[in-house]
Ligand binder design. Sequence first.
Ligand code: AMP
Length: 437
Amino acid sequence: MATEKLSFEDLKLSRQFLNAIDDLGYTDPTPIQQKAIPRGLAGHDLLGIAQTGTGKTAAFVLPILMKIKYAQGENPRALIMAPTRELVMQIKTNLDGLSTYTDLRVVALYGGLGPKQQIEELEKGVDIIVSTPGRFLDIYKKGVIVTKQIKTLVLDEADKMMDMGFMPQIKSMLEIMPRKRQNMLFSATMPDKVVKLTEEFLEFPERVEVAPQATTVDAIDQALYEVPNMKTKINLLEHLFHDLRLNRVIVFVKTKTNADNVARFLDRKELGPVRVIHANKGQNSRINAMEDFKSGEVRVLVSTDVTARGMDISMVSHVINFDVPLIYEDYVHRIGRTGRANNTGVAITFANEAEMIHVGRIEEIIRKPIPRKEMPEKVVVEKTPFEEKQLIAREIDLIKRKENPDFKGAFHEKKRNMDKKRKFTPPRGKNKRKGRR
Ligand code: AMP
C-alpha cells in the first residue's frame, strides 16, 4: 500500500457522505480510515486493530453506508454489535451524523430500558441495527427481527465483548445470520480469545492496524504520582485542579463509593460542576451527565470503568486515574478519553503502594514507563489510617499470592497476631467498622 495520505475524496465516497463528513468538521481521514475504508468498500472481511479515539467507528460505518445507501424494505441489511450501551449510542450518533443526507433508518438496541419503544421503532422498518448482544437476542426471540437480508456484520470492541462474557450470545447470533455476508471485527487488543473468535468469524480477512497492540496514543502526556493513601489522593487532586487549571476532566475511580466521595469533595470545594456516572446510576442520569459534560456545562465527570469504553467525549483535557484500574487494559481505554482525534491530552495516575505493583504490569502492556512525578510540596501528605494500611497490605499479599501461591504474606502474620490480641481487648462499640472490606 502506498503510504501517501489519502483524502476523503480519494476514498471514493458518494457526495452525500462527503457533505456529511464536511459538516462534522473532519478534514482528513485518520490512518485507520485510510486503511480500512478502501478494503471495506471492496467487500473484504476486515480485522481492525485500533483503540477508541482513532476514528475506527467511521472506518466501518462509511463502507456500510456506501453499501446500503438508502432506505429499502423493512428488514435490516447491516448489524453492528457492541459490548455496552454507551458504545451502541456512540456508534448510533456516528451513523446518524454520517447518514444525514440519506433516508437510512438506524435503530439502536440496548438494555436498561424496556424493549417496547425499540420494538416499535423496528416495526417501522430498519436498515441498520446497532445493538448489544443480549438485547439483540431478546428482541430477536420475540420474532421482531428478520435477519435474512443482513449482508454486513460488525463486532466492535471484540476484546471487551470477550471480557464481558458475550461469547455464547455471539455464537447464538452467528447461527441466525445468513452465510454470505461481509464481516468486520474491531478490537483494541488481540488476546487469545479474540484471535480464536476472528478465526471463526472472519474469512480471509484483511488486517488493518493503526497502533501496535495496546500501546497508548502518542498524543497523551502521561504522569504518575505515588500517593500513600486516599486522603492524600484527595489533597493532590485538589492541588492539581488549582495548579493545572483543569477544565474538562474525567476522574476515574475503582468503586461506586469512591466515585460518590470524590464527587462530593469536588462539589464542596466548588471545583465543579461535577457529575458522577457509575452502574448504579439510572440510564437517563448517565446520558444527561454525559450530554452536560459534552456541552461544557459540567466541568468534571467522575466515573467508574463501566463507562470508560463507550464514551465518545472529545476534547477532554485531562484524565485522572484516581485509582489504578485493575483490568490493566482499561488503562488504555481510560486514557483514550483524552488526546482523541488529533487533540493532545494529559493522563495523570495516582497509585498507592499496592497499586504501584499494578502500574508495573500496565507498563509491560503499554510497553513503556509512565513518567514519575514528585509529590508537589504544597500537597499535605497525610498519615495512612490503620484500616487503610491493612487494606493496602492485604492487596499486596493478594497480588503476590496470585503470582506465587506459596507466598505467606506479612499481612496475614499481622492479622493473626491481632486476632489473638483482640481476644484480650474486646473491641469498643463506637469504633464499629463500616463497609464490606
Ligand atoms: P472513534 O475512534 O471512532 O471513537 O472516534 C473518535 C472521535 O474522533 C469521534 O469523536 C469522531 O467523531 C472523531 N473523528 C472520527 N473521524 C475523524 C476524522 N477523520 N477527523 C476528525 N475527527 C474524527
